[in-house]
Design a protein. Structure first.
Length: 355
């Protein structure tokens, strides 16, 4: 509760914060919504205060002293330290203009507080201290409403001992008209604030989706690069297989030569066998012929084994080549799918950026 001796000099709307007493670094919001923050002048004690009330609780009750400093920390945020309250107050405004107006008024009231202290020390009686602010750019004025769409309500008033009744009635009438406008702008403000919260939530969700898509895109790119390396290895192996193709041709040619040789030897064996049944003119010639026949049969067996081994090697080579070709085809199909998925993700990112 504030006595009637205190009159508002300047009022605005802002989100109120106080510094965290534990860390002295983080801001703690004083309320969920913006509050009215006013400069007050106490004519009896000749002091100036910044006051903001939330419900039945005084959120800000800071007496302004000449050594205080209001600092703009961003385009819409400012702060000042109060050693008596052992805290730091922060205010978030709807626009840079509101912040500038509050900072200018802070400087004016601070200068008025300095002059009031000096005059008090000099024991000079002030006829009307509140009106003396006018000499230091705190100009007396009736309540002025300057409201705009999407902005917080801003009004000014100057305390003065109005002796004329008609002036008091005029001020009461303006206050009554201003209260109706205040309710309308208050409702519009909270509606805009709710829409802003929804837009912020949608933006956060969109950012989360973008981050997820970026991670998925990076994973696909990494997997695609791995597949490309695998394809390069398989192509290199395929080139190696082409050299094996030449070896295979040479092997086939050798097989043909061996088959012809075996066929010739078979014919020679048959001829020798037919001659075996004939009459031998000499025993020595017969023994020599038998020995030659045995050697030819052993040679024939060896050639057959070589032919079988060559056919087996050829079959293994063909099977390995077919396996490699199947693997290359499979990897190529996987790459086609991944490239298609990458194109869809890039199109989604492009649409998101355009939106």
């Amino acid at each position: 509760h504030f006595s009637c001796r205190e009159q508002p000099i300047f009022s605005t709307r802002a989100h109120v914060f106080q510094i965290d007493p534990a860390t002295k670094r983080n801001w703690i919001p004083a309320s969920k919504h913006a509050l009215t923050v006013s400069y007050f002048y106490d004519a009896t004690r000749n002091v100036y205060r910044i006051i903001s009330v939330g419900g039945t609780k005084a959120i800000i009750n800071s007496t302004i002293t000449p050594n205080m400093t209001f600092t703009k920390t961003s385009q819409k945020f400012g702060q000042w330290a109060d050693s008596r309250a052992n805290t730091v107050y922060g205010l978030g405004f709807a626009s840079e203009q509101h912040l500038s107006q509050f900072a200018e008024k802070f400087q004016e009231v601070k200068e008025a507080a300095r002059l009031a202290r000096e005059k008090s020390q000099d024991k000079t009686e002030l006829t009307n201290p509140a009106l003396n602010i006018s000499s230091h750019q705190v100009l007396p004025s009736p309540i002025i409403s300057s409201n705009g769409p999407g902005e917080d309500k801003l009004f000014r008033s100057q305390s003065a001992d109005v002796e004329i009744t008609t002036e008091k009635e005029r001020l009461k009438k303006m206050l009554s008209e201003g209260s109706v406008s205040e309710v309308q702008w208050e409702a519009e403000f909270f509606s805009l604030q709710d829409n802003n919260n929804k837009l912020v939530a949608a933006l956060h969700e969109a950012n989360a989706n973008v981050d997820q898509w970026k991670k998925q895109l990076a994973a696909y790119q990494e997997e695609t690069e791995t597949l490309r390396q695998r394809v390069a290895e398989l192509e290199s192996q395929g080139a190696h297989d082409s050299s094996n193709e030449n070896n295979k041709e040479e092997l086939s040619q050798t097989l043909e030569e061996l088959e012809m040789l075996i066929k010739a030897k078979d014919e020679e064996i048959q001829m020798l066998k037919s001659q075996k049944c004939g009459r031998w003119e000499a025993e020595g010639e017969r023994e020599e012929t038998l020995q030659k026949l045995q050697e030819l049969e052993a040679r024939n067996t060896e050639l057959e084994q070589r032919l079988h081994l060559a056919e087996q090697t050829l079959a293994e080579t063909l099977a390995e080549r077919e396996k490699i070709q199947n693997e290359v085809t499979k990897v190529a199909e996987i790459m086609d799918v991944k490239i298609f998925e990458l194109s869809e993700i890039r199109q989604g990112l492009a649409k998101l950026v355009e939106s």
